[in-house]
Design a binder for this molecule. Structure first.
Ligand SMILES: Cc1cc2nc3c(=O)[nH]c(=O)nc-3n(C[C@H](O)[C@H](O)[C@H](O)COP(=O)(O)OP(=O)(O)OC[C@H]3O[C@@H](n4cnc5c(N)ncnc54)[C@H](O)[C@@H]3O)c2cc1C
Length: 303
C-alpha cells in the first residue's frame, strides 16, 4: 500500500492536485470526529479526479468520496487509502439559458441557493441552510421543508471507477427518501448537476430562504458539532418525537449527547469519539425499539 500511495502522490504532484498525508477526518466532518486518512486529495478539475480514479483502481487503493462531511461518522482509528474531496474554491455555478444552472459537485449547496436567488430563480429555497456540497446533496437526495433534490435536479454527470464520464437524467438517478442510485450501491464520483428552476421574484425567494434559515436556527442545536438528523424518518412517525417520548433528551455516552434542543440530533457535546457516538446511536435505537416498536435507521453514513 505504501508504494501505491507514493505513486498516487507522484501523480498529484505531476497534475498539480493538492494533497495532504495523514489528514485527520475530524477536520473534514461536521461532527468533528475521525482519525487520519492516509491520503486526502483535493482535485480542482474533473480531469484530475478522473486520473486519480484510474490510478486508484490500477493500484487497488480504496477511495472514498466526500463532500463537506456533514453526514459522515468517521472511525477513530482513521481510514486506509484515499479520501477525495473536490476543491470548493474551483466550483462555480453557471447559468444555462433562462432557468437552468449547471453546478460543480464541490460547490456548497448554500452557495448554489444564493446564486439561484440572485438570478431570480426559484425552487432551491428549501435547500438553503443544508450544510453540504452539491455532490453530497445529490448522493443523499437531501431535502427539507417539503422539498428535495429530486424536485430540481434535471441530470448529473459522474465518473465511474475507470474515470469515464456518464450523464444520468432524473429517472436514472433513482431518487428516493434520502437515497439515489449512487447511495444504492452504484458508486461513482458525482462531478456536477444540472438544476431546472422557475423564474421568481428575487426578494420573495430571499425572504423564504431567510425564513427557513431562522426556523433552523431556532429548532436545531447549531452551536454544537453534529451531522444533522442522525436517523431517517421511520414510516408513520418522526425520529425526534420517538426519541423525546422515550425520555432520551440529554442522554450521554462519553462526549456524545442526544441534543436537549432537538432530540433527532446526536451531538458532539464534549470531545466525543466515534466509539462514543456509535454507543449513543445503539442505545437510542435499542430504547426506541423497546419502548415504541419503531426501528430507527441511521441517516448519517458510518464509514
Ligand atoms: C446542522 C445540519 C443540518 C442538516 N440538515 C439537513 C436537512 O435539512 N436535510 C438533509 O437532507 N440533510 C441535512 N443534513 C445532513 C447533510 O447536510 C446532508 O446529507 C448533505 O447532503 C451531505 O452533503 P455533504 O457534501 O456534506 O456530503 P458528505 O457528508 O461529505 O457525504 C455524504 C455521502 O455522500 C457521498 N458523496 C459526497 N460527495 C460525493 C460526490 N461528489 N460523489 C459521490 N459521492 C459523494 C459520500 O461518500 C457519503 O456517502 C444536515 C447536517 C447538519 C450538520
Amino acid at each position: 500500500m505504501e508504494q501505491a500511495l507514493k505513486e498516487i502522490i507522484n501523480f498529484c504532484q505531476a497534475s498539480g492536485c493538492a494533497y495532504l498525508e495523514q489528514e485527520p477526518m475530524a477536520a473534514h466532518t461536521s461532527l468533528k470526529i475521525g482519525g487520519p486518512v492516509e491520503l486526502f486529495v483535493r482535485p480542482d478539475r474533473v480531469q484530475q479526479a478522473a486520473g486519480l480514479l484510474q490510478k486508484a483502481k490500477e493500484l487497488q487503493v480504496p477511495i472514498l468520496f466526500i463532500g463537506k462531511g456533514s453526514n459522515l461518522l468517521a472511525p477513530d482509528e482513521g481510514l486506509k487509502g484515499i479520501a477525495l474531496c473536490f476543491d470548493e474554491r474551483a466550483a462555480k455555478p453557471v447559468l444555462i439559458g433562462e432557468n437552468e444552472i449547471e453546478c460543480p459537485a464541490g460547490a456548497s449547496l448554500s452557495a448554489l441557493c444564493i446564486f439561484a436567488q440572485r438570478h431570480g430563480l426559484s425552487g432551491l429555497e428549501f435547500a438553503y441552510g443544508i450544510p453540504g456540497s452539491v455532490g453530497g446533496a445529490v448522493y443523499m437526495n437531501a431535502g427539507a421543508y417539503g422539498g428535495e433534490m429530486k424536485d430540481v435536479v434535471k441530470e448529473a454527470v459522474y465518473l465511474d471507477e475507470n474515470g469515464k464520464a456518464h450523464r444520468l437524467d432524473t429517472g436514472a438517478l433513482a431518487f428516493g427518501y434520502r437515497k439515489s442510485c449512487f447511495s444504492a450501491g452504484m458508486g461513482g464520483l458525482i462531478c456536477s448537476a444540472r438544476f431546472q428552476l422557475q423564474k421568481g421574484d428575487p426578494q420573495e425567494i430571499l425572504a423564504r430562504m431567510e425564513e427557513l434559515m431562522e426556523r433552523r436556527k431556532s429548532k436545531q442545536p447549531l452551536e454544537y458539532p453534529s451531522a444533522g438528523s442522525t436517523f431517517k424518518r421511520p414510516e408513520g412517525a418522526f425520529a425526534a418525537a420517538l426519541i423525546d417520548e422515550c425520555g432520551l433528551k440529554g442522554r450521554r455516552v462519553g462526549g456524545a449527547m442526544v441534543s436537549e434542543k432537538h432530540a433527532g440530533f446526536l451531538i458532539n457535546y464534549d470531545r466525543a469519539t466515534c466509539k462514543d457516538m456509535l454507543g449513543l446511536i445503539g442505545l437510542v435505537q435499542r430504547e426506541v425499539l423497546e419502548k415504541t416498536g419503531f426501528r430507527l435507521e441511521c441517516e448519517v453514513r458510518i464509514l
